[in-house]
Design a protein around this ligand. Structure first.
Ligand SMILES: Nc1ncnc2c1ncn2[C@@H]1O[C@H](COP(=O)(O)OP(=O)(O)OP(=O)(O)O)[C@@H](O)[C@H]1O
Length: 644
């Protein structure tokens, strides 16, 4: 961890020195050049934490401890004057050839991020323009919607937001649907596709997600949720989902140097994707650069449906595009009236929940957002539902009470009051119990000597996916690496009877996660494989084929795997896009700025049935109170370009 911070620090100081020289070279007064350097250093560190910009008002605090540049005394207006005088800070009206850009509201950007944000805003506005109303097509659409969403109707107490979201996506080109797990996003997409394909049978639909895991889940969930459709419509639904990188076509040679912004993709505005509708799941995982590149590659006349959960952790890289886009679900009177006609509802009943925070300016992309708040998988009063809601509400006392309650009744929740530097014996025992069924299946498979046959692979993957340890941190005794080592030591012996040897990490039953994309092997970051002996007795790692709906398995020799690690435990960040029957969320012993309610919420909601939370009360309370919201200005850019 410290080496990561050191590297970020060195990068920030390098940028600061560069900016200072640049300003001096343009004849800026020394004080102004210093201020620009100091601001650049703070900005670089902030972008390393995922922010897209910093607020001028935060600069005094952010620069107070800087050793290389003396802090500038004064408030935001002193900083603004100094930055403007530095000759290296552009404005939205004249951003070019400047390393930094400052907008009127006081957001300071690296030029690259400002440029990406503005390009994304421009592309979004292309899709936001309303489509002409077609009364004949609307009548047919209303009929289809009524048939497909017949489980709800005009007499229900609340309007069917799934139906309304589908109608929104049929009346416009850009739709953003935010809802937690189990709120019916996939169900809605199936019905939306059915309407669209009935209307335009040859529409080219592409399903995508930021990770291979999420793409595979989307394809599989779509297939399951389509069972109610007539066979001819089912046959027309897409059966594969792809990752965003695969969709855009990474050009070899230049990838991965400085993030997606510099990455060379085959598709872009000048070589758009061949599609009429893009459905992107887990859109909260898209960072600013990738979101911009993806949307620019979608032809302007195509429809875009973004699905995600605005309350989850944002992308690892800079940006919080999905949270920004989905923040305001309000509808204009014209859109409300149109939706009322399409859905056969009185307009007065279409009342979206108020946007948060109350009083924030309205979205510059109105009439494109739907929030799903009703959970069909676990009710709001279920243990997991309540724990998730208390966490998002930032209520540590309620979180602890819910955990204690959940522990007492039903067993859906368990708090392991574990505040020590090392995981407590009870936590280690819970990890062992969580994998007990998996160990059992491993032993049966090995005893049967069936090798890496399809049935064995399926049984192992199913058993392994029932449970996962989710750590907040990677390093430290309560982080991913240490938990993986300890768990391997214990479970290796339980599975194979051999005592482990760290120099030979491979053993039958070892689960691994791929850390780098390898398109040639069709392996992608986040894919999970399990080591099993093949017919010749040699270990190979068995992966689900994934994403294409086929049930086959692929066996790859360990030596050919791209970078990988043992996968008993993973970070909460990495777990986005995955679900398990049960999870054990393990927090560190000390407070950390990585901990936030969004992290906790993301970890908790990976579970379908059971959550165990191993943490001390203080650290847990601190996590619930901290929010990881990011500074960004997409809405400001949209307004600047005429969107509101
Ligand atoms: N309107 C509804 N009425 C009854 N059950 C529903 C409704 N919508 C969805 N469900 C059921 O709720 C479950 C979750 O639905 P779905 O998978 O569509 O949600 P999701 O938001 O895509 O979840 P996830 O993000 O976890 O994939 C499914 O079992 C589905 O059949």
């Amino acid at each position: 961890m410290s080496s990561g911070f050191d590297a970020a620090d060195a990068l920030a100081r390098g940028l600061a020195a560069h900016v200072q020289r640049w300003a001096a070279g343009r004849g800026a007064p020394a004080g102004a050049a210093q201020a620009a350097a100091s601001a650049a250093q703070a900005l670089s560190l902030a972008t390393g934490l995922g922010h897209v910009c910093v607020w001028l008002a935060d600069l005094p605090a952010l620069t107070a401890d800087q050793r290389t540049h003396p802090p500038l005394p004064g408030d935001a207006s002193t900083w603004r004057a100094a930055l403007v005088a530095s000759r290296v800070v552009g404005s939205p009206a004249a951003p070019d050839n400047q390393p930094l850009v400052l907008d009127d509201d006081g957001r300071l950007y690296l030029h690259r991020h400002f440029d990406l944000e503005r390009r994304l805003a421009r592309r979004l506005l292309q899709s936001a323009a309303p489509l002409p109303v077609d009364e004949t097509a609307d009548a047919a659409t209303a009929d289809q919607l009524a048939r497909l969403f017949r489980h709800d109707g005009a007499q229900a107490t609340e309007p069917d937001w799934q139906m309304l979201a589908a109608a929104l996506a049929l009346r416009g080109r850009l739709t953003v649907v935010s809802g937690g797990p189990g709120t019916g996003k996939t169900t809605t997409v199936v019905n939306l596709l059915a309407c669209l394909l009935a209307r335009t049978p040859d529409a080219r639909v592409v399903l995508a997600a930021p990770t291979g895991k999420a793409a595979a889940r989307l394809a599989e969930a779509l297939r399951q949720r389509a069972a109610h459709l007539p066979a001819d419509l089912q046959a027309r639904l897409p059966t594969i989902a792809t990752t965003v990188h695969r969709l855009l076509g990474v050009r070899p040679g230049r990838g991965g140097v400085a993030g997606a912004g510099e990455q060379a993709f085959e598709h872009g505005a000048d070589h758009p994707l061949a599609l009429d509708l893009l459905v992107l799941d887990e859109a909260s995982m898209l960072d600013l650069a990738l979101a911009t590149r993806l949307l620019e590659a979608v032809p302007p006349q195509a429809r875009i449906v973004l699905l995600g959960d605005k309350d989850q952790l944002a992308a690892v890289e800079s940006g919080a595009v999905f949270a920004e886009l989905s923040a305001d679900p309000t509808l204009s009177p014209a859109a409300t009236a149109h939706l009322a006609r399409l859905c056969g509802l009185p307009a007065a009943r279409i009342q979206p929940p108020p946007r948060r925070p109350a009083g924030a300016p309205p979205s510059a992309l109105p009439d494109s957002v739907a929030w799903f708040q009703r959970n069909f998988r676990f009710g709001r009063d279920s243990g997991i539902g309540r724990l998730a809601a208390d966490t998002l509400a930032g209520q540590p006392a309620a979180v602890l009470a819910t955990l204690r309650d959940g522990d007492a009744g039903g067993g859906a929740l368990q708090w392991l009051d574990d505040a020590g530097a090392q995981p407590a014996a009870a936590t280690l025992a819970a990890i062992g119990d969580g994998y007990a069924a998996y160990v059992q299946v491993c032993r049966q498979v090995l005893a049967a000597g069936t090798g890496a046959g399809d049935d064995a692979a399926a049984a192992l993957h199913t058993a392994f996916n029932r449970f996962r340890v989710l750590c907040a941190l990677r390093e430290g005794p309560r982080g991913v690496a240490a938990v993986n080592d300890g768990t391997s030591r214990r479970l290796r012996q339980a599975i194979t009877g051999e005592v482990g040897d760290a120099r030979h990490p491979w053993f039958a039953g070892r689960p691994v996660m791929v850390l780098r994309n390898n398109p040639a092997l069709k392996l992608f970051n986040g894919d999970i494989g399990i080591a099993l002996p093949g017919p010749d007795g040699a270990l190979r790692v068995v992966f689900p084929a994934g994403g294409d709906g086929s049930a086959s398995w692929r066996a790859i020799p360990p030596a050919r795997l791209p970078a990988h690690e043992t996968a008993w435990a993973m970070t909460v960040h990495k777990s986005q896009g995955s679900e398990f029957d049960a999870v054990l969320v393990l927090l560190p012993a000390q407070r950390s700025r990585v901990l936030s309610r969004e992290l906790l919420y993301t970890g908790i909601t990976r579970a379908r049935q059971r959550v165990q939370l191993a943490a001390g009360a203080d650290v847990l309370a601190a996590a619930v109170q901290a929010s990881s919201q990011r500074n960004a200005g997409l809405q400001a850019r949209l307004r600047e370009l005429g969107g509101g």
